[in-house]
Design a protein around this ligand. Sequence first.
Ligand code: GTP
Ligand code: MG
Ligand code: ZN
Length: 291
Amino acid sequence: MRGKFQKEYNLKKNKLFTLDIAAVGDIVEFEINDDHSGVIEKIYERKNYISRKAPRIKGASNRGERLEQIIASNVDHLVIITSVKLPAFNNRSLDRLIVIGESSHTEITIVINKIDLDENKVIDNWYSLYSSIGYRVVLTSVIDNTGISELNGIMNGKINLLWGQSGVGKSSILNMLFPSLKLKTGDISGYTSKGKHTTVTSLMKKVGSNTYVIDTPGIREIDPYGIKKEDLGHYFVEFLPFIKECKFNTCTHHHEPDCGVINAVKENFISKQRYESYLNMLETVEEDMLY
Ligand SMILES: Nc1nc2c(ncn2[C@@H]2O[C@H](COP(=O)(O)OP(=O)(O)OP(=O)(O)O)[C@@H](O)[C@H]2O)c(=O)[nH]1
Ligand SMILES: [Mg+2]
Ligand SMILES: [Zn+2]
């Protein structure tokens, strides 16, 4: 990148806006040097981007603020990959990824992979829950090819970002969909809940005339960046009709009287699991905010 970007970057960094100047998915102008290296001359305005709070870096800041880490920009479709086991299905992580997708205005698909490992049919309830609130949920397995052609159809003609915890099978699914990618995948043995982080950098590949895929490294911490407490409920789509009934328009649906969301949870119109997940996220969303 040209030096001028570095200058801008340092300015922004002081204000703690963002860690990244150019991100995967950016549309840029560039020049090729004599030694075949390239220089980015210009970065075009982003249509949208997917980000999170960067993981805490030791000694980075005495107040503990966390920068915004851009995962990718100009994303049409966030494909959230989860798995039945290894690592176990984690609805709280899923809800965090959904909030990021909703707040970035991308289409969202939820994939539950390793369905071949669902001997006890624990996934049925999750499938019903997320389908009932309006999400497209695709059950997949790369072992027996379940759901892969369905996913292919859904991803066609879009810029697709695959995101999720380490070890859920993001790279494996992409290899099954597009064998020429030959992405490195992990070894099933020795998986912990932390995963092994086989993919280490995000990579965008063109896989069809208008279709792109972005493989990303698995994540452990997923905190949405820049969401205010009173806005969080808007990214839980099934809360929306009930938010209108809250007495206060700054209601955080936590303790306030005459809260439409709390009433809806009591009457089972909103699932307890999603509401608990909301409360769990509410505790953390704003604490590092600058404003
Ligand atoms: N049983 C089963 N195993 C799977 C399935 N999909 C992937 N795996 C295995 O899960 C392990 C992790 O797969 P990866 O594709 O490397 O996972 P990833 O999400 O890319 O992980 P990171 O790159 O670390 O973020 C590998 O051993 C795969 O063989 C599946 O559908 N069923
Ligand atoms: Mg991977
Ligand atoms: Zn409320």
